[in-house]
Design a protein around this ligand. Structure first.
Ligand code: NAD
Length: 328
């Protein structure tokens, strides 16, 4: 499958490396609006500079392609998606689906109307630990989940768009954890209350810390606390999780999974299952299957709107100080 990859920044470089190992794909062209970034990546990855275009429109006019990979910043996702979908090309796009709720809804509407696939790269679902947690909860012997607590603490210095956006933690990072909540609990929140703030030592302009309470369709209540300007004792990127269930407790701590069933005196470790493909490799394969055989991926933009709504309901609650309720 011939891809056009848009965006050659930090994550764009990661996708270049991923794509080199995927025999199902060849990259027909790259698009990068910053010539200096384009030049640097061409040098680093030995790319043909003539195949790097300044716009998706220019690339489409010059090369034959079957699909578009969008690794641009959130605010560029809508224009990139519109150009691709209008040209009839399916899109695999980085999260968040878009930088605003309105842009996300517009992409979903365009994909539904044109009938062209738009899929979101929610890679955190497709790690061995996330798949193993889901499998352990689905097995049923722990009973229904009543409460979940999630802790996420990191202190990255990214520079770039994250350090100037209004809600860097919620929109750019917690979106992974919110999507994992939907994946683990098999539903979406119906009630959200959230507060965000920026600690005095934060190097982000927007709020780098947040606390969220979300009640899910099943009745399970999730408490999420996170910060992107933590000064030590960091958690993994997956965060640390505790699921309190009717018949026991499951934890994901430092990327290791433990279960303690009701009546047991000690917890036991569950080893992560083996996956043939994970993260971006899994998504690429799922995208390839969908485009070539018509299967429906789990993270279509239509489904992903639930994750986006979760994110922007949290932002709305932070702004208004009120509970946001949503019918499912
Ligand atoms: N899934 C993950 O784990 C993960 C990790 C990091 C980033 N991301 C996501 O990937 C996306 C990109 O993040 P990043 O860290 O690479 O950002 P970045 O700022 O490092 O790179 C983005 C690049 O896109 C270019 N660009 C902007 N508009 C463009 C357009 N219209 N066409 C082509 N290129 C354009 C910019 O010049 C820049 O080089 C974001 O949506 C981000 O949230 C996902």
């Amino acid at each position: 499958m011939r891809l056009i990859q848009c965006g050659l920044g930090g994550m764009g470089a990661h996708w270049i490396r991923m794509l080199r190992d995927q025999s199902e794909f060849e990259v027909a062209a790259f698009v990068e609006i910053n010539p200096e970034t384009a030049r640097r990546r061409a040098e680093e990855y030995d790319l043909d500079a003539k195949r790097i275009y300044l716009s998706l429109e220019a690339a489409l006019a010059s090369v034959e392609a079957d699909a578009v990979l969008d690794v641009t910043p959130p605010d560029a996702h809508r224009p990139v998606a519109f150009t691709a979908l209008d040209a009839g090309l399916p899109v695999l796009a980085e999260k968040p689906l878009a930088g605003t709720r309105a842009d996300a809804e517009a992409i979903v509407e365009k994909s539904s109307r044109t009938g062209v696939l738009h899929m979101v790269a929610q890679n955190y679902r497709y790690s061995p630990v996330a798949q193993t947690v889901r499998r352990a909860l689905d097995a049923g012997d722990l009973g229904p989940v009543g409460a979940v607590s999630v802790r996420f603490f990191k202190g990255p210095h990214f520079g770039g768009f994250r350090e100037i956006m209004a809600h860097p933690l919620i929109v750019d990072m917690a979106i992974h954890h919110f999507d994992m909540m939907r994946f683990f609990l098999g539903g979406s929140p119906v009630e959200i209350y959230a507060r965000s703030w920026n600690p005095p030592w934060s190097w982000f302009q927007g709020d780098a810390s947040a606390a969220v309470t979300a009640r899910f369709e099943s009745g399970a209540v999730v408490s999420y606390t996170g910060s992107w300007c933590s000064q030590g004792q960091e958690t993994p990127w997956n965060a640390d999780w505790r699921f309190d269930c009717a018949d026991g407790v499951l934890t994901l701590q430092d990327d290791r999974i433990y279960v303690q069933r009701r009546g047991q005196t000690a917890r036991e470790e569950i080893l992560p299952l083996k996956m043939e493909r994970q993260a971006q490799a899994y998504l690429l394969h799922e995208f390839y299957q969908a485009v070539t055989t018509g299967t429906t991926p789990a993270t279509t933009c239509q489904d992903n709107l639930n994750t986006v709504n979760f994110v922007f309901d949290v932002v709305q609650s932070c702004a208004t100080g009120e509970v946001v309720r949503r019918e499912q």
